[in-house]
Design a protein around this ligand. Structure first.
Ligand code: ADP
Length: 319
């Protein structure tokens, strides 16, 4: 391959820039030209494509967000949109692309693969919900943002002897809630993967109160339900003042952690290596600290699972 493209798509995540940088530098190092596709699949369809040089990705390794911008593009779900995209790629002489994004972006990569166009999926999302990798780029940074918030909330929770509900991102995946809850010492962690009963939560809080515990932190993934509603319920059923913090989009931003920068550099580089070997339709990832790649269609068919042992541990440690 002599010319490749790179795009970021869907929800942004810290470390996407480090991945773009790795793709660009690795390719140029091997005498391959790189074109940046701006605004995800939308920019691809519209032909918003520009050549990137070594200097184009200077000073971005530490920056959150994505210099290529990102977008959601309903048109790309249609046959017409996908054909327009391939037409643009052919017009620019781009022989393969690296797609950095989440689950939806991977489905776009799958669509291109099924049309015979070589592409490599790089997992960029804070949700950690991409099959074929233990960790996604941005997850570690988001976790650190959440535990920083939990630590601060804990200070006021202990001072005022209050119960706090902290709502974190994760519509379908509870990884952020589980990891941040464990790292932040939360009393209860609610993930969408496990059925939650309000009565059990109340019983646990009552047990804690009886033991003299005057404050509690409950971490809830947004997919479980509204943190505000859960707090209202606790308030009504137990008569204890319960406050809520919805962390929202602060979890997506910020300078990527060292771990995310290294992961992004390794995965971006692997994506280029695969294209250089003439391989397309692959999803790259990391398992037990080794780089792996899978057939993207096969990978997308696998369900995302949360670490059950870690969930059990969180239950044991938060008695
Ligand atoms: P994320 O990649 O963060 O999960 P989205 O789910 O919004 O974000 O997906 C990003 C984009 O990927 C969508 O706007 C759309 O252009 C494309 N996409 C999502 N699902 C499909 C699909 N089934 N077929 C083709 N393209 C898709």
């Amino acid at each position: 391959m002599k010319r490749i493209g790179v795009l970021t798509s869907g929800g942004d995540s810290p470390g996407m820039n480090a991945a773009v940088r790795a793709v660009v530098r690795k390719a140029i190092y091997h005498d391959i030209e790189v074109y940046g596709i701006y605004h995800g699949y939308q920019g691809l369809i519209a032909g918003n494509i520009k050549k990137l040089e070594v200097g184009s990705v200077g000073d971005i390794i530490h920056r959150g967000g994505t210099i290529l911008h990102t977008a959601r593009c309903p048109e790309f779900r249609t046959e017409e949109g996908q054909l327009k995209a391939i037409e643009q790629l052919n017009k620019h002489g781009i022989e393969g692309i690296v797609i950095i994004g989440g689950d939806g972006s991977y489905r776009g990569a799958k669509a291109l693969t099924e049309r015979g166009y070589p592409c490599i999926g790089v997992p960029g999302t804070i949700d950690n919900d991409i099959p074929g990798t233990e960790f996604t780029i941005g997850f570690d940074t988001a976790l650190n943002t959440v535990i920083d918030a939990i630590d601060k909330i804990r200070d006021t929770a202990t001072s005022h002897e209050r119960t706090y509900v902290v709502e974190v991102m994760g519509r379908d995946a509870g990884d952020i809630a589980l990891w941040a809850g464990l790292a932040g010492g939360a009393e209860t962690i609610l993930c969408p993967e496990y059925q939650f009963h309000m009565d059990d939560l109340i019983a646990k809080l009552v047990r804690g109160h009886e033991r003299g515990k005057k404050h509690s932190i409950i971490v809830v993934a947004e997919g479980v339900g509204s943190g505000v509603e859960i707090a209202k319920n606790i308030d009504e059923k137990m008569g204890i003042e319960t406050r809520v913090t919805v962390l929202g989009h602060v979890q997506r931003g910020g300078s990527p952690s060292a771990k995310d920068r290294v992961l992004a550099s390794r995965l971006g580089s692997l994506a280029v290596e695969l294209l250089m070997e003439g391989k397309g339709g692959r999803a790259v990832g990391i398992e037990q600290n080794s780089l792996v790649d899978y057939d993207i269609i096969e990978a997308l068919g696998r369900p995302h699972t949360i670490d059950k042992k870690m969930y059990d541990l969180s239950e044991e440690l938060s008695i």
